[in-house]
Design a protein around this ligand. Structure first.
Ligand code: ARG
Length: 596
């Protein structure tokens, strides 16, 4: 449910500045005024929502019952008074009171037409400027010397879609790739890299990180000399030894080079510049532990340093102890996340921090943040949000794995997507040349994989199903990509380009008005994605636009419209449809083509 109060909406929009506003914000403003005029408390929320059914109009006011309760007044009576004071002339053609006290608003097609024209003539598709916030988004976060696997896909692409949406709305976004680039395993990895380099085979071995990691582990377990060396390298690395740092950086660089290929292919806007790995916080940890002790939050317990939290209980019902420094002096993942949150607020000046990490790490984050709040490192006014997500499952409902039961490497998944899409597009376009087919297969294949993920509510697990995601029917990337090419083909057939469209837009048919209304809801949709970090809302919106377009196109002749002015008018709707789908897919990081 949408929980943003009207005040927040209003702050985000410049209603009086002549910029086409989002309808929800506009109605929120008007209804609030009417509610106050009708005697409702000044802070009553109008709760404006898009109506679920056409008979309830385009928008409904859900906040009357709540306000009436506070006034001790029958809700329908308040609704009537509000409607008396509500001036929506030129905006709505009908206002109904329904049920226990809902107000249904039916928008005026003529007003909608003007707004669509505005959107078409605005470069930003109707987007009003926001009060920019500095928002840190923590996403992707793979580990060094490990290959990216399907487990990193969700964080990477959901995070990236959110980042793009926030930026589009005008926020100042800091991408933070919390790379797993620190820890005791690096002693072993450095020792092994050294051994490989001596054999002149380092470059080859690192092509396959899993094997590299495994071999290093075997050497560590089985070769005592190696283990001794590995342990000494951990200590050296921690104390800033130049040689160890150089070897460590080499491992980081090779990892990132490899990850970058995945990012580029996925059209994910991360680069080496966005790496803010665990190592960044290492030097801050001793003072954090000292400070937490000094504040009386951390205590010595069996040689370790521990923070006991009443908010979490262990199996015995006692306050849970969160270790922040081990007996041997080592720090933990939690200690790093405490420092990290502090840094994001103090140094990066974050006003909001969003973390895309799977739901299994929820308790970890909650513990780290409870400590962060108690220590006063980040004030409550700066939200720390865990936007968690479920797992990718195979068709059998179990975690998605290779046939042999191993983790699926991201590269392999993307290659398979390409291959499958290639087979499809070849079938559809037997005459197409190989290069075009390959380009098409990449756009469709990668788009399908991304969209399958993005279109699901992130909080749940989802079943990874090739056939569904590559289908040209239903809420899929290929369907939207195809819908886009269809609109373009109308313009091609007409031999007209968007810029030369003339005459007023007139919405005579209900299908035209329905499409227009939905198109004008683009910004509301983006605001919701920005608030909740849920790109599936944008996917559902785009799908809806495509379906409404298809129904409009089927029932309202465009190229064969009865006169030139309605032809032009309908082409305008088509133009805004194409632009909206394209912008939406851009925000999801999904490519489009002109023909397919
Ligand atoms: N590298 C971690 C993993 O692969 C994810 C890190 C997420 N970010 C954070 N601030 N803890 O599980």
């Amino acid at each position: 449910d949408v929980s943003t109060s009207c005040a927040v909406w209003l702050a985000m929009h410049s209603i009086d500045k002549g910029i086409p506003v989002n309808i929800q914000a506009l109605l929120c403003d008007k209804v609030s005024q009417a509610m106050v005029a009708a005697g409702a408390p000044a802070d009553s929320e109008p709760l404006i929502r898009q109506s679920a059914k056409p008979q309830f109009g385009d928008y409904q006011v859900n906040g009357i019952m709540g306000a009436a309760k506070r006034l001790g007044m029958p809700p329908r009576q308040l609704a009537e008074k509000v409607v008396e004071h509500l001036s929506l002339s030129g905006i709505a053609h009908k206002i109904d009171i329904a049920g226990p006290g809902f107000i249904n608003i039916f928008l005026d097609p003529q007003w909608l037409a003007t707004e669509v024209e505005q959107a078409l003539s605005s470069e930003h598709l109707n987007l009003a400027p926001v009060t920019p916030q500095t928002i840190v988004v923590d996403y992707s976060a793979p580990n060094v010397a490990k290959e990216m696997h399907v487990g990193h896909l969700r964080s990477t692409i959901i995070g990236d879609a959110t980042v793009r949406t926030l930026e589009k709305l005008g926020h100042n976004v800091i991408r933070a790739n919390h790379l797993g680039d620190w820890g005791t395993q690096f002693g072993m990895l450095i020792a092994y890299l050294e051994q490989q380099q001596a054999d002149h085979s380092a470059e080859i071995a690192l092509q396959d990180f899993e094997a590299f990691y495994r071999a290093a582990k075997i050497a560590y377990d089985e070769d005592e000399d190696f283990a001794v060396r590995a342990r000494s390298y951990v200590v050296k690395l921690q104390s800033g030894d130049e040689y160890c740092l150089k070897m460590w950086r080499k491992l980081v660089d090779i990892t990132m080079e490899q990850n970058q290929r995945n990012y580029d292919r996925l059209n994910v806007s991360l680069s080496a510049e966005n790496v803010m790995g665990e190592s960044l916080y290492n030097s801050m940890l001793p003072s954090i532990v000292a400070d937490l002790k000094q504040k009386g939050l951390a205590v010595e317990s069996e040689g370790a340093t521990v923070v006991f939290l009443d908010e979490f209980t262990n199996k015995e019902g006692e306050p849970m102890g969160v270790i922040i420094q081990k007996k041997d002096g080592g720090y933990l993942y939690t200690t790093t996340d405490i420092a990290c949150a502090k840094y994001r607020y103090e140094t990066l000046k974050a006003e909001r921090v969003i973390y895309y990490i799977d739901s299994r790490q929820h308790q970890h984050l909650m513990q780290a943040w409870t400590i962060v709040r108690k220590a006063g490192y980040v004030p409550e006014s700066v939200p720390l949000e865990h936007h968690m997500f479920g797992m990718m499952l195979g068709k059998d409902g179990r975690p998605f794995k290779t046939r042999a039961g191993g983790t699926i490497r991201l590269v392999d998944l993307l290659d398979e997507a390409h291959e499958r899409a290639l087979t499809l597009v070849k079938e559809k376009n037997p005459e197409m040349d190989a290069q075009t087919l390959n380009r098409l297969a990449e756009v469709i294949g990668i788009g399908a994989v991304k969209y399958a993920d993005l279109s699901k509510n992130r909080t749940t697990d989802y079943v990874f199903d090739w056939d569904n995601m590559l289908s040209f029917e239903g809420n899929t990337a290929p369907y939207l990509q195809y819908a886009y090419t269809r609109v373009l083909s109308i313009f091609r057939k007409a031999g007209i380009d968007e810029q030369s469209l003339q005459g007023p837009l007139v919405l005579t048919e209900s299908r035209e008005a329905a499409l227009a209304t939905r198109l004008l809801q683009f910004e509301e949709t983006l605001q919701q994605v920005a608030r909740e970090g849920t790109p599936h809302v944008l996917c559902a919106y785009l799908y809806d636009v495509a379906v409404l377009f298809s129904s409009f196109y089927e029932h309202c002749p465009v190229l064969t419209a009865q006169d030139e002015s309605s032809r032009q008018s309908r082409l305008k709707l088509a133009a805004l449809t194409a632009r909206t789908i394209k912008s939406g897919l851009d925000l999801l990081g999904i490519g489009t083509v002109e023909r397919m």
